[in-house]
Write a protein that binds this ligand. Sequence first.
Ligand code: 13P
Ligand code: SF4
Length: 320
Amino acid sequence: MSASTALYSRVQRVIPPMEWPVFEPDIEAILRLKQDRHAVILAHNYMTPEIFHCVADIVGDSLLLAREAQHVDADVIVMAGVHFMAETAKLMNPTKTVLIPDLRAGCSLAESITAADVRLLRQRYPGLPVITYVNTSAEVKAESDICCTSGNAKRVVESLGVPEVIMIPDQYLAANVARQTGVRIISWAGSCEVHERFTPAQIRELRAENPGVVVLAHPECPPEVVDEADFAGSTAAMADYVTDRQPGRVVLITECSMADNIAVLHPKVEFVRPCNLCPHMKRITLPGIRRALETMSNVVEIDPAVAVRARQAVERMLAV
Ligand code: 13P
Ligand code: SF4
């Protein structure tokens, strides 16, 4: 079996045979370029399957990507994800060249808050620790005491052992964590443009139309949506739920590519497919990855004075 036939067999359940010839030349070029440039590709769970299953070296949720970035030995890290993820990789492994295939791959949460906003919050609520979701710029992380992801937010809040915290910028993640922990949380009016669009009525309709369906939701969804779900967790926690429990029918209340990526691994599980696309994640494509590696362009740099403080906040999170 040729290398590309073997790769196609991984994704044939989600990529029609007539689409494969469009992807194949870029995949082959990227595999060659990774060797030439001593590069590894880190890919978030929301990447499309031809990236996730065919060119990525390390895949996972934001927490895993942050952790794994520290241990990368190659010269170059290509972040197949959004800009804050590339910045986090650079913070964690500053001597590597970190590339992002499209500099416009942002995030509505990261765009909702600035470093000056965090300084104002500290003035208004003196003495409260600031917990910052990783979906933020390095400048915002630098103003924070500790970071969190959706995979460890509860643990990070509990680790501080205080009755009240500031947790920015996702109002819904903060509300969901406040309910789980009983800690009072001052938040910010940010939200994820993908997850805020799901509604409780949509989930009830899904259940009526798909009897027995298990509903898994991301904690960036509003609390009333999480209330309608059977389980809420990070993208990695949702993937683990499907792996461990093998539900007959499941719906993932999150970004669309997530279901495609895990459907490949679980042929016996039926995936019901209402989902929302993240326009920022979808800016990352095979041609973009190929171009970044060919030209070594879109290098992610962080002001060293900012990086020192931002790194501390991420390292404190990883130590929890
Ligand atoms: P996780 O992969 O950490 O659950 O995050 C989801 C997300 O929206 C990242 O942008
Ligand atoms: Fe940001 Fe939401 Fe897109 Fe994740 S899915 S990158 S939180 S806009």
